[in-house]
Design a binder for this molecule. Structure first.
Ligand SMILES: [Mn+2]
Length: 405
């Protein structure tokens, strides 16, 4: 108890000492007060900046650049493309040139339909030098990948919903608890009090300081949310529902319908038909060689179709583009780990790659290497045999290496 009184007295002494020192040094006291005031002002500013909503901070980060490249991951899906379109729109809105770019390929007819219906301008990049600008904004991923120089690229901003610790130099917003990246950008729009306008009524730069968003961009965000969450049934957080509800008023319902139900091109149908008629069924497994196709995306689609046939529980469909055999496997059979089965089939073939999950797998085999440079490889019918063997869980005899002499 008495211990408490001692520091009290000491503190009192100290106060008296400081006060008398300040009285005898008035100039220093003035400087001290100024320093304290500036520090307090700085701290308040920092706090304001810290508290400024993410949408405003993101917009400010974009405004600071002359031009940005909005970069998606290597195989852009609707969430990546929709987010990229919205970010590019916000950048242009604050006078910053924006180009949407992607490494890799836009695969799957849904993704291509998405790009077409929303009329998205996107360029492919193969190396850092292909970037439209020095400043890069990453969307839907937080570490650059899939092009030459990716490892050394330092993005200026990152907006993503995947786990990872990639950051942007100026702005980072990674929310792994979100089901779609589009929901994050939708939140920015809401914070910025964005208004929605019909596509035809949208005039760039004619918005008197308000953020207006054309229906095309809004529709892209909604479809991004729907496609990343299986129509809000898988991995959706409250943010996806909130964002959908907020964006609803600005959606082009017609465009949304067209993206969700793209017309299947004739070849995809033909390849599916071929996969079914030419299938080799050894119940409960099936293998189908669809021969040469101009669009290899039709192969996984055919595999998804074939595995639904009665009596079939695991299936591999393969075809080629003239140089490379593309294999796609599906399994609804717990005994068949499709990724491992395909891996095993290609194990001793040079330059081949294959893998995947238990229910879904894929692989590519260079035809020349499969047949063997010295004619000591395997042909297509032997590949089919191997596929059945692997699905059946048996060991595969490697191709006998034959001496060239
Ligand atoms: Mn995503």
């Amino acid at each position: 108890m008495s211990g408490a009184a001692v520091p009290q007295a000491a503190l009192g002494d100290a106060t008296v000492e400081v006060t008398s020192w300040l009285e005898s040094n008035p100039e220093l006291a003035a400087v001290l007060i100024l320093v304290v005031a500036v520090a307090a002002w700085g701290a308040t500013r920092a706090l304001q900046r810290f508290r400024r909503p993410d949408g405003a901070r993101f917009l400010a980060a974009l405004r600071d650049e002359d031009a940005v490249t909005v970069l998606t991951h290597p195989n852009p899906d609707p969430d990546a493309m929709g987010t990229a379109a919205a970010v590019a729109h916000l950048a242009e809105r604050v006078g910053t040139d924006a180009t949407i770019q992607y490494p890799g390929e836009i695969r799957h007819h849904q993704n291509r339909a998405f790009r077409t219906v929303l009329d998205l301008d996107m360029d492919r990049v193969r190396r850092t030098a292909d970037m439209a600008s020095e400043s890069v904004v990453l969307v839907d991923h937080n570490r650059p990948r899939g092009f030459q120089g990716a490892r050394n690229l330092e993005p200026v901003a990152v907006v993503d919903h995947h786990p990872g610790n990639g950051t942007g130099e100026v702005f980072t917003d990674v929310r792994p608890d979100y089901g779609a990246c589009a929901s994050i950008v939708a939140e920015y729009l809401r914070e910025l009090d964005a208004g929605f306008v019909d596509q035809d009524d949208f005039v760039p730069g004619d918005d008197d300081g308000d953020v207006t968003v054309p229906a095309q961009v809004v529709t892209g965000l909604v479809y991004g949310i729907l496609s990343d969450t299986d129509n809000l049934t898988n991995g959706a957080s409250p943010a996806e529902f909130d964002a959908s509800s907020f964006l609803y008023a600005g959606v082009d319902q017609d465009a949304l319908k067209r993206i969700a139900n793209p017309r299947v091109d004739a070849e995809s149908l033909e390849v599916k038909a071929r996969a079914i008629t030419d299938r080799d069924v050894r119940a409960p497994y099936a293998v189908s060689d669809v021969g040469e196709v101009s669009n290899v995306d039709a192969i996984p689609q055919a595999a998804s179709e074939l595995v639904n046939l009665e009596t079939v529980t695991a299936v591999v469909v393969y075809g080629d583009d003239g140089e490379t055999i593309h294999m796609s496997g599906r399994s609804r059979d717990d005994r068949v780990h499709m990724g491992k089965a395909l891996e095993e089939v290609t194990d001793d073939i040079p330059m081949a790659s294959a893998g995947g999950h238990a229910r879904m797998g894929g692989g590519q085999i260079d035809i020349v290497h499969m047949e063997g440079l010295a004619g000591n490889g395997i042909d297509r019918s032997q590949l089919t045999e191997r596929l059945f063997t692997a699905m059946g869980g048996e060991e595969i005899d490697g191709a006998e290496p034959v001496d060239a002499d």
